[in-house]
Every structure is written in C-alpha cells, then in structure tokens.
Ligand binder design. Sequence first.
Ligand code: PLP
Length: 405
Amino acid sequence: MRREDFPILNKQVHGRALVYLDNAATTQKPQVVMDAIIEAYSHWNANVHRGVHHLSQVATQNHEEARKKVAKLIHAQSEEEIIFTKGTTDSINMLARSFGDAMVKEGDEIIVSQLEHHSNIVPWQMLCERKKAVMKVIPLREDLSLDIEAFKGILNKKTRLVSVAHVSNVLGIVNPIKEIVKLAHEKGIAVCVDGAQSVPHLAVDVQKLDCDFLVFSAHKMYGPTGLGVLYGKKKWLDKLPPAEGGGEMIEHVSFEKTTYNVLPYKFEAGTPNYVGSYAFGKAIDYMQEIGLENIASYENDLAKYLEQQLSTLPNIHVYATNQPKAGAVSFNAYREDGTLIHPFDVGVLLDRQGVAVRTGHHCAEPLIDHLQVPGTVRASVAMYNTKEDIDTFITALKKAIMMFL
Ligand code: PLP
C-alpha cells in the first residue's frame, strides 16, 4: 500500500533493510505530510486568529480547515467539538482537570480498566487525589478481554465517568466500546474513549459509538508529533470549564472578571500548533484517499497473518489470540526449560537484524503485572507494512530465539 510514499522505509539499519513494526508507538510520515510542514513555514507562517494581515488569514484558514477534516474523520456533529491538544496524554489531562473540577467531588468514582495506558490512569489518579475520589478498575477475564459483567457490578450512582481504551496498545484487543457506552449511559454516566490506538486503524464514528469524549494523537496516524485531539459532545464542552488559561481562550479580560471564548477556543489556551494541524489535515486526506475501510481491512489481514505466523513457532506465547484486534500483537519467547527470554533481549537481537519492535511494559504496567511477566515484545503494523515484512520479522525472531536455546 503506497510504501514508496514513506521515504524512511528505504533506510538500512545495521546494514539491513528496515522492517518497522513499532507503529503503535508512532507511525512514519508520508512525503505529503513532511511537505506540508515545509510549505507552512516557507509560505504562510503567521500566528492564527489575531491577525488582519494576509499571512495570518491564510494560517487561520488552514488551521480551521484541518479542524473540519478531523470533525469529518470521526463524524463529530460540528468542528466546535474538536479541540486541538498536544496529544492523547494532554487531552486526558485536560479532561481530568476540566471535568474533574466541574463534576467530581469527594467520594465520587472514576472507572478505568486493567489494560489502560498510563495516560489513561495517572491523570484520573491525580484527580482522585485532588478530590478524594475513588478509582475503580474493570478487571480482565482469563482470555484478557474486559469483564463486562464485573463492569456492570462496579457502575453505580457514585460513578462520574468511565474512561476506557478503544484498542489496547499492548494486546491490540478491540474493546466493546458501544456496549460500555450503552451500559454507562443507562445510568447517566459519561464515557471517555481513549482512541490513541483505534482512530489510526478503524473507521471511528463518535455518533455511532455515542461516546461523550474521544482522545487521540496525530503522530500515531501518519501525522506530526505534538498534536492531538480532544473530542467532546457539545453539550459537555458548553458546560465544562476551561482546563487552562491564557490567550485565545478568552472573550474579555479584566482584573475583575474574565469571560471565555466560544467553543472550541475556550479550551485552546495560547498559540495553537497550526503547522501541526495543517500537516495532520494532509495525513487525514492521505488516509481518506486510500479509504479508512481499505486500511482497516488490509491491516486486519496483516495482523492476523502476524498472529498466525507467531503462533506456529514453538516456545512463543502470543497474548489474547482469537480476539477482535487492531494493529498490535504481543508475545513472549521461552527457552526449552520454560524460562522466559527477556523481551528486551529479544528486541535487541531483532534490532540487530533491522527489525524495529517495542519491548517492555508499553506504559501499561498494571496490565503487565496482571500478565505476571517483566514485559512483552510487541509488533504492530501500519498500512505500509507487507507480508514480506512479517516474514522477515519471523525469520529474524527464529534466529534470535536460537541464540538463547
Ligand atoms: N493511550 C494509548 C492507548 C496509547 O497507546 C498511547 C500511546 O502509546 C497513549 C494513550 C499516549 O499517547 P501520546 O503519547 O501520544 O500522548
């Protein structure tokens, strides 16, 4: 799938052709995205929203066009519901501050799950400390899927918010978000979906999911670093206070009283990353040219092939097999005596053969603790990967394991 659009994929690493399977951490960028950044700084760089001059107007128009593209991508009702942030982590921290200030009081409960990324745990933990609220955790079943029966049991009238990953960054499992939202809404509880690993791989429709908030990062979907999105239903964003103060987010400022800007600017303090948003818009165009459904089905085939090939190897344990998945597959390798080969060692030996994977806790220590291992090896695919990449990876993995047997 248009591999030639990604110049970095022609690189050699340690004298071998690069096989990049660390896409859940960040994706590589197509030439159009890189060109957009050069174009912005070469032709129309100026601060947005405040200038009457030509360049500022072009910059503002480009930034706001990008917002419309994001709204369309996730089927938001309007671009007012799209807040640009620095990334998923920033989006969740902003929400925890804003929602937390307005909606959470002592004794209230926030629900996350056992498989969350630290970004979807720590900001809520910090909120719970500030407000003397309580964090509840959806446990996992034996097959590592979310225990929905247990979830029903912990939802109660003290629950203020449920914040869950759409797709696990470690296991690749697609969680039943629609069902989670439905169950929470039946009790009048809001849901935030961590879409960092779903928006890059699935056609996500916030109206169909009916989630109250969705957060994701541009850099995991062929866009630039330093940019992310906090989507919120208008009814929530209207009612919530801004998380940060400064320029852009105000209507009038005086020492007696400050009034806030309209949506979405109320939540965007300071100069926004308008070059990043423009480049992200180009990444979205790129994905849409290929087609979100086409990307999803291509990657799904690839991830299945990856899982199958891994499962045929002796001494490999693949986590959460035969479940709906998107993008990532985690596994561990064992010696013949059953002792674990440390994932870090596997990762280093793969790297020596030009294969980039991620090893360790993947910023999800509670999940790794649950698995009772020091970490996993994670291979994750993007639209530019091929079956040949997977074959090269499997050959390299066999060689790496041989060294430990
Ligand atoms: N949530 C999930 C599920 C992730 O996979 C990641 C990044 O790996 C994050 C949150 C944090 O994203 P970022 O580092 O772009 O803020």
